[in-house]
Write a protein that binds this ligand. Structure first.
Ligand SMILES: Nc1ncnc2c1ncn2[C@@H]1O[C@H](COP(=O)(O)OP(=O)(O)OP(=O)(O)O)[C@@H](O)[C@H]1O
Ligand SMILES: [Mg+2]
Length: 707
């Protein structure tokens, strides 16, 4: 795994702590919340389903019960109509057999030509249209039919819903109970009665089974409200004598329906076969935007055959037609529909006798209201739970972070200390022992660390002492080395001085001898003596200068100073020249006078002397035939190369890399420090380089220096 970012122990502990403690609980809580809301949702849906089912059953039952009540009453009317039919048929078969009422009718022809009955003798009124000219048969018929009036009266009184009982004949006579005064004023003259629906709907074409026929409901022109007619054909054999009828008001049914208490603030209304609204509570009118027709003028009603205008028809009104056409014609008795964007539960049940339908509707919002409020409560509870959960988690998070911080601190502060202590382990800060934190692993670690620290400390102290001792010894050795090297140099110097002084001392001795001889032979005069003394003084001053040089040489240089290499070389040569001459060693120098360097001239002289002395020693020791030493100075850019070579036969290659080591010598009386010290001076003090290489007949020592 390639990790690019680094986290501190603290961060890791805190993060892991929070992760391990917070995340799983949060996941569980979130899942519980999801579960809670899902269950709520599921429960609401289930409750809705159950409620809807219950509402459907309830509405169906109410519709059924209420319509059956109406149906029962209508059935009774139908039975009366059947009695009316059979009695009338019997009458038309044998009119003579029926007794006439005590008070005979007074029949008159009105000015507009229609016949009417002037006196109310407790029976029906008569309107006889003059469309077919009256004959004596007409009068006889008007009189004889008085015989069925008692039946009319009886039927009317049997049922409070019955408004009128009547008979219309094929030849335009109308007998109507209860009695209507001046029928010629109420009805237009010359009416063709069989052309009205309350006649032809029962004729042979429309009603071949000759049964009871219910007309469509209609608004009563005389202001009695909604009515319906139950009509029956009256046959004499196969001849249709007329159509008898019972008019009923359906206001009672309507009132009953409007007063119905339907659960869930449900509403009921009655629709006729054709879709006319017979009864409609104002609330429904508002919802579906269609009104019930309540008033109508008499004349208009008659002219329009009592049918309602289309706007009052549920099936023809554009606002409602679609929903109700589908519903009223569907096989389903209950349906969920949308009316003007609002959801309703619709239920219908037919009034079998008349083919009316009772429709009940329940607003789903009202139906579901308890569920909605429960749902809202559930959501509210959920939100409160979420709120408290957030509060809890905020608090829990703070608590956890604090705990994590504490644990992280407990764990990481010793680590921090370990880091600091180990980083300063070599410094002089004394190690502080760490206190246990109460966590087994960390405490073990701390214990080990403490022990390790103690051990380290003792080892460190021991080592420090040993190092100090080593350093002290080294310093001592160095000091010794320097002393030894200086002593050696001094020895050599003394040797050189001895060489230097041999000649002058001999000349002084000879001059003293000369003075003695001159004195002996009386040749000693002042001039002679002065001259000799002057010569002797010269020699002594030369010797004194030699000593000065010697002293100068042993003084270490006063810091870095500019010096001329060739001058320094001459100076060095001045020390050794006598002993070189003594051993017949030829010195060749090639030196450019202008090479000036920053450095330590005395120390540099010492280097030159060491190398030259080594050359002299090897040349003498090996008894080289024509001993020769050459010194060449080369300068390229800022690099100065001084080569000091000899023809002493070279250095054994086996020891070539050892000659610069301290104490390495092949000489019986040698210290082996000359080259070592020389290398130190050139390389350490003057940042140059000193090395040796063999040539064809000897050795070359090369000094490289930089301006
Ligand atoms: N020019 C040379 N030719 C051959 N061998 C040399 C030459 N110069 C140095 N050596 C070898 O290098 C050795 C080390 O020289 P170095 O000057 O360090 O010590 P040393 O001369 O032996 O002792 P000291 O200088 O104290 O008299 C010498 O013993 C010698 O064997
Ligand atoms: Mg030497």
């Amino acid at each position: 795994m390639n990790k690019t970012t680094k986290d501190s122990f603290r961060t890791i502990i805190r993060r892991e702590y929070v992760k391990a403690a917070l995340i799983p609980i949060m996941i569980i809580e979130v899942m519980l919340l999801i579960l809670y809301f899902s269950i709520n949702f599921y429960k609401d849906n289930k409750a809705k389903e159950t409620l809807l089912k219950e509402a459907k059953v309830n509405l169906s039952e109410i519709s059924k019960l209420e319509t059956e009540k109406i149906n029962l009453e209508l059935k009774q009317i139908s039975q009366f109509a059947r009695i009316l039919q059979s009695e009338n048929q019997r009458f038309f078969e044998q009119p003579d057999r029926y007794p006439l009422p005590a008070e005979p009718p007074i029949l008159k022809i009105a000015a507009n030509g229609s016949m009417y009955k002037e006196n109310d003798n407790g029976g029906s009124s008569i309107y006889y249209s003059n469309l077919i000219p009256f004959t004596s048969k007409s009068f006889t018929k008007a009189i004889q039919t008085e015989a069925i009036d008692p039946l009319f009266k009886e039927i009317k009184e049997l049922d409070s819903n019955i408004v009128a009982v009547y008979l219309n004949t094929y030849d335009n006579m109308n007998r109507y109970y209860p009695f209507i005064e001046k029928t010629y004023e109420q009805f237009e003259p010359g009416l063709k009665i069989p052309s009205f629906n309350f006649y032809y709907e029962a004729d042979a074409i429309h009603n071949p089974s000759r049964g009871v026929v219910w007309t469509e409901a209609y608004l009563d022109p005389a202001g009695k409200g909604w009515m319906a007619s139950c009509i029956v054909p009256i046959y004499n054999g196969d001849f249709l004598e007329g159509v008898a009828g019972i008019d009923i008001t359906i206001e009672n049914f309507i009132k009953h329906i409007l007063r119905l208490q339907i659960p869930w603030e449900g509403m009921a209304f009655l629709v006729s076969k054709a879709g006319d609204i017979l009864a409609m509570p104002p609330k429904v009118e508002q919802i579906i935007g269609i009104s019930e027709l309540k008033s109508h003028t008499y004349a208009e009603t008659v002219k329009k055959n009592t049918f309602k205008p289309e706007s009052f028809n549920l099936l023809k009104n554009p606002e409602t037609s679609q929903v109700f056409k589908d519903f009223l014609h569907s096989k389903e008795f209950i349906e969920e529909s949308q009316i003007k964007g609002h959801d309703f539960l619709l239920s219908k049940y037919p009034v079998e006798e008349t083919d009316w339908q009772m429709v009940t509707m329940v607003d789903k919002d009202i139906l579901y209201a308890p569920i909605y409020s429960l749902h809202k409560l559930g959501i509210l509870l959920g939100i409160i739970a979420v709120f408290f959960l957030i509060l809890f988690y905020a608090a829990f998070f703070i608590f956890l972070t604090k705990r994590a911080k504490k644990v992280a601190n407990d764990l990481s502060s010793p680590l921090d200390y370990l880091i600091i202590t180990t980083s300063t382990i070599t410094s002089d800060i004394p190690p502080i022992l760490l206190n246990p934190v109460g966590i087994i692993e960390i405490d073990h670690l701390l214990e080990n660390f403490n022990r390790m620290m103690q051990k380290l400390r003792s080892v460190y102290d021991e080592q420090e002492m040993k190092i100090a001792e080593g350093i002290r010894q080294l310093r001592e050795k160095d000091h010794m080395l320097i002393t030894q090297s200086r002593q050696a140099a001094m020895g050599e110097m003394i040797g050189n001085i001895a060489h230097q002084w041999r000649q002058p001392l001999t000349s002084i001795a000879m001059m003293i001898q000369n003075i003695q001889d001159a004195a002996k032979y009386g040749e000693l005069d002042k001039k002679y003596l002065d001259e000799k003394i002057k010569r002797i003084m010269e020699v002594i001053s030369y010797m004194s200068k030699t000593i000065d040089d010697f002293r100068n040489f042993f003084k270490p240089s006063n810091g870095k100073q500019a010096f001329n290499i060739c001058d320094t070389l001459d100076y060095a040569l001045s020390f050794i020249r006598p002993s070189f001459e003594h051993n017949n060693i030829l010195i060749e120098t090639q030196c450019d006078q202008n090479v000036v360097l920053e450095g330590y001239p005395n120390e540099f002289t010492q280097v030159l002397l060491n190398i030259l002395n080594n050359a002299k020693e090897v040349l003498v020791e090996r008894g080289i035939g024509q001993p020769r030493v050459y010194i060449h100075l080369k300068k390229t850019f800022d690099k100065i190369t001084l080569v000091i070579g000899d023809n002493g036969g070279g250095i054994d290659p086996d020891i070539l890399d050892k000659i610069f080591e301290p104490y390495f010598t092949t000489k019986e009386m040698g210290t082996g420090l000359g080259l070592y010290m020389s290398k130190m001076i050139i390389e350490k003090n003057m940042n140059g380089k000193l090395y040796a290489q063999n040539t064809s007949d000897g050795t070359e020592f090369i000094i490289e220096l930089y301006e």
